[in-house]
Design a protein around this ligand. Structure first.
Ligand code: SF4
Ligand code: SF4
Length: 364
């Protein structure tokens, strides 16, 4: 098969983060500072990505502002010709740093939102005072006119707050609001019961987003990601494995998606041991699930296979025990009953479930 060039790259600059969100998509085994690529190696990666065809670079984490060299990294990405998007909780972005980021060519900021009140947001983020600091940073972003997307991660504790979330996005001058219901990867798998919204909450959210989208056309754009446990069909994870984007973990491991390391039989290459071109085109992990040949007949004969590519490989492994299977969230999957059972258990336990917060491993 012919392999297209990647369009986007997610650079997880660090796993360090002052927040401790129980739905964080980072892996359970977080990398410490000592494993992170240095400034020069990241800059090389950005240059190679641009040569490979990448257009958009997402500077992510953890909290990317935990890197003292964030401005240098952004400059390197800009000079490589990449469109730069900073994905941040806002903590660590002082006015002086925002000025410097703007001066070196930062194109866009995607600010996470844990909740619309200090009580709710600080409880979910596990960080006292975080909401107030985030709002101060949002005001500085607005004052500078830097294009802003608000990324509201939604779940059973804040989905009822959706209307206020939309109002807040407008007040903060966001151009886009991501209403992203938690997907159960990384730390969210530890918090399924505590986070899974009810079907009624999900249906209400769909109605609210549809109404707001029509009302706010031209003012605020929406991306709505419903919880896939309630969907009939899965999402096209990463736009297809190894077909649109790549991720680099803080230690240089190059991944087809941020959760790919949960598939233990895959061998992942590391940058700079190999070039990004070698890894993208010839890497064993990238070729493992490219295309649709690995999928079972249920998918290969399905009219949607070119739309969703059989769903998420990590979810297929986690729920069906086979990374090549039909994603069990699909209503046509022979394993779909496992999702139904998980849903029932999570909803029954939800009221009593406590958060397991994301934590870095203790040293020593
Ligand atoms: S989801 Fe929360 S804990 Fe994870 S990186 Fe983002 S702000 Fe930090
Ligand atoms: S059967 Fe496979 S291709 Fe068809 S909708 Fe389900 S996951 Fe997608």
């Amino acid at each position: 098969m012919s392999v297209p060039a990647p369009i986007a790259m997610l650079a997880e600059l660090t796993h360090r983060c002052p927040l401790a969100c129980p739905y964080c998509s980072n892996p359970l085994a977080l990398h410490g500072k000592e494993n992170e690529l240095n400034t020069e190696t990241w800059a090389r990666a950005f240059g190679e990505a641009a040569e490979l065809g990448v257009l958009q670079l997402h500077l992510s984490g953890g909290e990317p502002a935990s890197r003292p060299d964030l401005v240098d990294l952004t400059r390197a990405a800009h000079e490589a010709g990449l469109y730069t998007n900073l994905i941040t909780s806002g903590i660590g972005l002082t006015p002086a740093r925002l000025d410097a980021l703007e001066a070196v060519g930062l194109d866009h900021i995607q600010l996470s939102l844990q909740g619309t009140t200090p009580e709710l947001a600080d409880r979910i983020g596990g960080y006292k005072g975080g909401f107030a600091r985030k709002m101060a940073v949002a005001a500085e972003i607005k004052a500078r006119g830097i294009p802003l997307t608000l990324n509201a991660v939604m779940h059973r504790h804040n989905l009822d707050d959706l209307e206020r979330t939309i109002d807040l996005a407008i007040e903060l001058g966001a151009r886009r609001l991501e209403v992203a219901c938690v997907q159960f990867h990384g730390w969210a798998t530890r918090n399924r019961a505590a986070l899974l919204p009810s079907r009624a909450q999900t249906e209400a959210a769909k109605r609210i987003v549809a109404e707001a989208e029509a009302r706010l056309r031209g003012t605020l754009a929406f991306d709505f990601v419903p919880p896939d446990y309630y969907a009939d069909y899965p999402k096209a994870c990463m736009g297809g494995w190894g077909s649109a984007g790549l991720n680099i973990a803080p230690d240089g491991t190059v991944l087809p998606c941020h959760a790919a390391e949960t598939i233990p039989h895959l061998d992942f290459d590391r940058f700079p041991d190999k070039t990004l071109r070698e890894i993208w085109y010839d890497g064993a992990a990238f070729n493992a699930y490219r295309g649709t040949d690995h999928l079972p007949e249920t998918c290969r004969s399905c009219e949607r296979v070119g739309i969703d590519f059989g769903g998420c490989r990590c979810q297929a492994l986690a729920l069906a025990g086979d990374a090549a299977a039909t994603d069990p969230v699909c209503s046509r999957s022979p394993d779909h009953h496992k999702v139904t059972a998980l849903l029932e258990t999570a909803l029954a336990e939800g009221d009593a479930a406590e958060f397991t917060y994301r934590r870095m491993p203790r040293k020593g």
